[in-house]
Design a protein. Structure first.
Length: 749
């Protein structure tokens, strides 16, 4: 099952004898560690951009002043610190070896403990935007979680091994556009929660932004939230924060529709929403004493100016609170990328032009502002009476906040090793153990007072949630989402909660049922008859506890071979079980047969990929009949392709060629072959991928339908950095309608 590639990591504790002096030293270290906590979320332990640590530096230099260590790394994210390790997301390699990367270092010495690289594919994100999202960490397990630009979502153990992973693009229909803005997950109690803008499937079908909660240890999906309203952007990176209020554990995050949402963090239930912007939100909100502080730099919902900072009260909030709960606003302050920090009755926020503003948290009155550069995208961190902040053009600043003014007291500039340009710097500071950690395009830095010994921070203690009372209000069926093959089974469990989202414990009696031909359920275990599943099929698993019930979705792939002629698909509908048909692919009857039509996209790039199998498939061949199209002038012509194991073979109309690639915006392993073909006749595309001995052999054929299949492969490409698996699919670039028929998937010989 997806999400269950589990490495069980045991916590081992040893107790030995110690001298009285050693015990005293340990007590002192524990006292120090209590103040020097771990930094497991990109906005700090309280998700407010504030650290309680003291004795921090107020100046440094790249020549050695307060520079404890530096390591080569290309990063644009904020690091986390957990269990004596500092970890970050970034990128590595050149040419065909380009990959997204996650690495961890010894937080004290800077020794690199491990580094993992992952291929980038099925995305148009350019190279310089790879590694956008921050990692998150869990104090209890020591795990680190990363969501990559193409939707790969991975949990790593302390040694860098994969504990579990999901391919959100192929298994959830997660969108990945050119912008590359990637959300940062948040760990809360037994969950790690990710923001996923997706088309999805089953009971979650339909384009929208959702939050998905995974079991932090196993990767099982716990809940999927309701989708937001109409998508305004397919790329946003407003990352969620957690707060406890009104007896509920709340998750608060900005959506791709311009709303800020409040959800029950344990159940995913929608609680309230606040409409802030006409476009998707990138800045993360901050919560303090039941008040949310948030900002954006796009079109406002009720005025003609752009940009706003707001404060609104969420105590007792329910439903749409846009009109009823706002406390104050500042118009035309464009802070679209930087998240605020709240400390000492002030809100500190940087605008897009790198001006840091100090705002009275109660009244919204601007107290002062100070310029620290040109482009503001790194968020401020407040600690020890100072504000630490980065600026995109390689500038790292320390600002002293006064009563009536702010003053830059430290200025350090970072260039690339060649000296030809500045090192892009997007991330924020992480503070832990008396040290400050920050990444740039040029490297990762650890700053601090060299005269003070490093004290490994104590792990944060996690309080058990209060036990619920009263009747069952919510039934969670776990795993809530599963993607499997028909020869696998799924054993479900039930979590129950009261009306306040508090856990009630095990249910006394559960009534199980499953909807879909070819599935049976007994005592929560579902098995499937592969002979009745053609291609992929979606099933619903239902559990009833008293008067309350819950639903889970499972997507099941039948045994190969598969064949799709679309004859049984109703006109105007997509094929059941297919993923990523959010741009309107649908069956249509013609004089000869029924075909699949990809309409012209109503807006945005007319590029679409449709998946119809699990992302762990490998060792197969995909084939499809395709027909190109153009507008009357012949200037807009379709591209049509087939997808196999992360690779796409694309028959390009305007260029009259075949292109084999994995990464739309980059030429990592891309090869192009001249190939003249006509608009109007049907052609057959066939793509086979074999991965073995650390190499991928990609071979394709193209011939006019009705003619004999050529004996030789039309194109052959090798990839020394192979993608290990991937879903079969169809690809289109459709400025006008594009057509498919007779899709087949067969196992390789």
């Amino acid at each position: 099952m997806r999400g269950r590639r589990a490495l069980r990591v045991a916590d081992v504790a040893t107790i030995g004898t110690a001298t009285i002096g050693t015990l005293v030293m340990m007590a002192l270290l524990c006292a120090t560690s209590a103040m020097a906590g771990e930094w497991t979320h990109w906005r700090g332990p309280e998700h407010t951009g504030v650290s309680a640590e003291t004795g921090l530096i107020d100046d440094w230099s790249r020549d050695g002043l307060n520079l404890i260590w530096r390591s080569d790394f290309v990063g644009r994210s904020t690091p986390v610190v957990v269990d004596g390790r500092v970890c970050a997301n970034g990128r590595m390699g050149e040419g065909i070896h380009r990959q997204e990367a996650v690495a961890c270092w010894d937080a004290n010495t800077g020794e690199q403990l491990w580094k993992r690289g992952f291929n980038v594919y099925h995305t148009a994100v350019p190279w310089n935007r790879v590694g956008w999202g921050d990692v998150a960490a869990d104090s209890e397990t020591g795990y680190v979680y990363a969501q990559f630009v193409n939707g790969r979502f991975v949990a790593f153990d302390a040694e860098g091994n994969t504990v579990w992973e999901w391919r959100l693009g192929e298994d959830f229909g997660r969108f990945s556009g050119y912008g590359g803005r990637t959300n940062t997950p948040v760990v809360d109690e037994n969950r790690v929660i990710a923001h996923v803008i997706s088309a999805s499937w089953g009971t979650n079908v339909g384009g929208g932004d959702r939050w998905v909660a995974f079991d932090k240890k196993t990767g099982d999906v716990l809940w999927v939230s309701e989708k937001g309203s109409t998508l305004k952007d397919l790329n946003t990176y407003s990352s969620p924060v957690i707060t406890e209020l009104d007896g509920r554990r709340q998750l608060i995050g900005g959506g791709a529709d311009g709303f800020i949402y409040g959800l029950d963090a344990r159940t995913g239930e929608s609680l309230w929403k606040f409409h802030l912007s006409q476009r998707g939100l990138n800045s993360s909100p901050v919560v303090s004493d039941g008040v949310v502080y948030a900002a954006h730099s796009e079109e406002n919902v009720d005025t003609r100016v752009m940009g706003r900072v707001v404060a609104f009260d969420i105590k007792g909030a329910s439903g749409d609170i846009t009109q009823s709960k706002e406390l104050w606003r500042i118009e035309e302050l464009q802070a679209g990328y930087v998240s605020p920090a709240v400390h000492g009755g002030r809100v500190y926020i940087a605008d897009n032009s790198a001006n840091l503003h100090a705002i009275d948290a109660k009244t919204g009155k601007t107290i002062w502002h100070v310029n620290y550069g040109t482009v503001g995208k790194g968020s401020p961190v407040v600690a020890d009476g100072k504000i630490y902040i980065t600026e995109v053009n390689g500038n790292i600043r320390i600002i002293e906040p006064g009563e009536t003014s702010g003053k830059v007291i430290s200025e350090v500039h970072i260039d690339m090793p060649s000296g030809e340009r500045y090192a892009e710097t997007y991330g924020s500071f992480a503070i832990s153990g008396g040290r400050l950690y920050v990444t740039s395009e040029e490297g990762i830095y650890c700053l601090g007072d060299k005269s003070k010994p490093y004290a490994k921070p104590a792990k944060a203690e996690m309080a058990a949630p209060a036990k619920g009372e009263g009747p069952v209000a919510t039934v969670q069926v776990i795993p809530n989402v599963a993607v499997i093959h028909s020869d696998e089974s799924v054993t479900y469990s039930v979590h129950t909660f009261d009306a306040q989202g508090r856990p009630l414990g095990a249910a006394d009696s559960v009534t199980w049922s499953v909807e879909g031909e070819g599935a049976t359920i007994a005592d929560g275990k579902v098995t499937f008859d592969g002979s009745k599943i053609k291609g992929t099929q979606n099933f619903k698993v239902m559990a009833k506890v008293g008067e309350a019930s819950g639903v889970a979705n499972v997507r099941v792939a039948g045994p190969l071979p598969w064949g799709f002629d679309f004859e049984a698909v109703p006109d105007g509908k997509p094929p059941k079980g297919w993923m990523g048909v959010g741009k309107g692919a649908q069956a249509r009857s013609t004089d000869d047969s029924k075909i699949l039509v990809q309409p012209k996209a109503p807006r945005g790039a007319p590029r679409a990929t449709m998946f119809f199998g699990p992302s762990d498939m490998t060792g197969y061949t995909v084939q499809a009949d395709v027909k190109g199209n153009s507008n009357k002038s012949g200037r807009r012509i379709t591209d049509l392709g087939v997808v196999n194991g992360g690779y796409t073979m694309d028959l390009q109309g305007a260029h009259q060629r075949i292109q084999v690639e994995s990464w739309t915006s980059e030429r990592r392993m891309m090869k192009q072959f001249p190939f003249e073909w006509e608009i109007g006749p049907w052609y057959t595309l066939k793509l086979r991928v074999d991965v073995q001995d650390g190499n991928a052999l990609i071979r394709g054929k193209v011939w006019k339908r009705g003619e004999d299949e050529p004996a030789d492969w039309t194109v052959t490409v090798e990839d020394p950095m192979p993608i290990d698996s991937g879903s079969p699919g169809l690809y289109t670039f459709a400025p006008v309608e594009a057509y498919f028929d007779n899709v087949k998937v067969t196992a390789n010989d």
